[in-house]
Each structure stands twice: as C-alpha cells, then as structure tokens.
Write a protein of this length. Structure first.
Length: 278
C-alpha cells in the first residue's frame, strides 16, 4: 500500500459508523486508509441491539493493517499509534442508530464521516425521514459515501487508485470548497497528476472559482445538456470519485434530502464526497 507524500491537510478526524455488514467493508477500508495516510483519529462506532457488544465483530484494524503489510501480524494495539500515527477507537452504544450516530458526530466534531451505502435501495438510515433533524442540522462535516460493490478509491486489500475526479458545478451552491477538497483528495491519493473534470450541465457561463496551484492535478472542463443527475452519472462512469457541493454548512444530510446530490449518491458507480458549501 503506497502512501503519497502530503503537502496539504485533507482531514484530521474521521468518524465511521458500521453495521458489521459486507456492505460496510469497503467503506471501512476507505476510512482506515485515509486515517493511515493522514495519521489521524479514526472512530468506528456500532449501535448494538443487545445488552452486550460482541467486540469480535468490529472491523479488525490490526488484522487489516497486517494484511496491507504496513503492520506486523500480532502487533500490540499501541503500535497502531506509535508506529503509524493512527489513533483508532471503537465505540459501542445502544439506542436509535441515527440519533446515536449524530450524537457521536456532535461530540467528536470530525472533519470527515465515511458511510457505506447500498445503492438505489439502501441509502444510509440517516437519509430517511425519521432522522433526528435537530442534530443533523448541526452537522457540517464532509461525508464520503461508499457504495457497496463499487470501484472504490481504496480496495479491500488496501490498493489505492485515483486517476479522475468529477466535480459537477453550478452557480448555487458555491463549488469553491468542493474544488479545494477535490485537490486535497488528489494530493492524498494520487500517485501521478489526477485529472479533475469540471462538469457544468445545461449551458450558461461556467461558475468562477479559484483553482489551487498544485502539481497534483490537471484540469478539464465539460459542458453537457440534459437532466442534471442522469448527466452527472453518465460522465461518472469513467471517474474514480465524485465531489459535490451541498447547500450550507448546517447539515450535509438534511441539505441532500431530495436533491441532485442524493440522486447521484443513490446510483453512483464510485464514492461520492459531499462537501458543505461555505
């Protein structure tokens, strides 16, 4: 597993809720890989149904790192931080999964939330109408949605590939923060210059935004006509990551409900990074 040289911060704290399903394995790989590259905090949370937690079912951080050949098999848990700089913590709680997850996000205040999705028929629970909206609206963290069975940036075996990033842009919401985060992702994951594709659907003037100076990416602009979400998904067939701006900094989840971003997340062939607009 290669670890690209870093020059610009991407995230410092990651939150990953897991239901221990097969669908969550790829999302866990993404969360762990980002924590490893960035040498940051990773909180893995499970909301249990019974009185006691079966800790053996939690994603195995040490075993995964050993499989990725970045940690010796049988290493002591302390070595994850001492040798690799990853502060991994497992949290178990009871109650409503959505409310418990949002409470943890509020307490931890992570830079990034990593969620597994199950495609068209299985968005994360907190995108459903039963979400505790009062807590969700206070959540301003970026959210990385990793569809089950997709071609991820990070494989289960820890291999990393990021060659093309798609940023759909419009005049609202402002895409500047999404552009910055896409560049950070290129610097974090790209071995060579990553192509960042700026997509503007249905004509007009392409919104203005500053492009950070970096050798980590090259830029390309596309203009297409058609329904916005299907057009984005059509272009996304040949990219590794979609980065989308969402309305406002007071609730990525609430802002997405019923939006183009939600429709893209449902059918995306690759991970989607939802970035709150400033």
């Amino acid at each position: 597993m290669t670890q690209p040289t870093q020059t610009v911060p991407f995230v410092q704290s990651i939150f990953h809720p897991s239901d221990f399903s097969k669908a969550s394995e790829l999302a866990f790989a993404h969360a762990l890989a980002i924590a490893l590259i960035r040498k940051t905090e990773l909180v893995i949370m499970h909301v249990r149904r019974g009185e006691r937690e079966d800790w053996s079912k939690f994603p195995a951080v040490r075993k995964t790192l050993a499989r990725w050949q970045v940690l010796e098999p049988g290493s002591h848990p302390a070595e994850i931080f001492q040798r690799l700089g990853v502060a991994a913590m497992k949290v178990s709680t009871r109650g409503n999964p959505v409310r418990a997850s949002m409470l943890q996000i509020r307490q931890q205040n992570p830079d990034l939330v990593v969620l597994a999705t199950r495609g068209r028929h299985g968005l994360p629970l907190w995108l459903k109408p039963s979400v505790a909206q009062a807590i969700a609206r206070r959540t301003s963290a970026m959210t990385l949605f990793v569809p089950h069975g997709c071609r991820g940036i990070v494989s289960i075996d820890g291999a990393i590939q990021l060659d093309r990033i798609l940023i759909p842009v419009d005049h609202e919401p402002n895409a500047q923060e999404a552009v910055i985060r896409a560049v950070r992702a290129a610097e974090t994951f790209g071995d060579e210059a990553v192509e960042i594709v700026i997509l503007h659907v249905n004509g007009g003037v392409v919104p203005h935004f500053d492009r950070p100076e970096t050798q980590a990416c090259v830029w390309k602009e596309l203009r297409r006509k058609g329904d916005v979400a299907p057009t984005i998904l059509d272009v996304a067939r040949n990219v590794d990551l979609i980065v989308m701006a969402t309305e406002g900094r007071h609730g990525v989840v609430d802002a997405m409900r019923g939006s183009v971003t939600e429709r893209v997340v449902r059918d995306a062939p690759c991970p989607v990074l939802a970035v709150p607009a400033i």
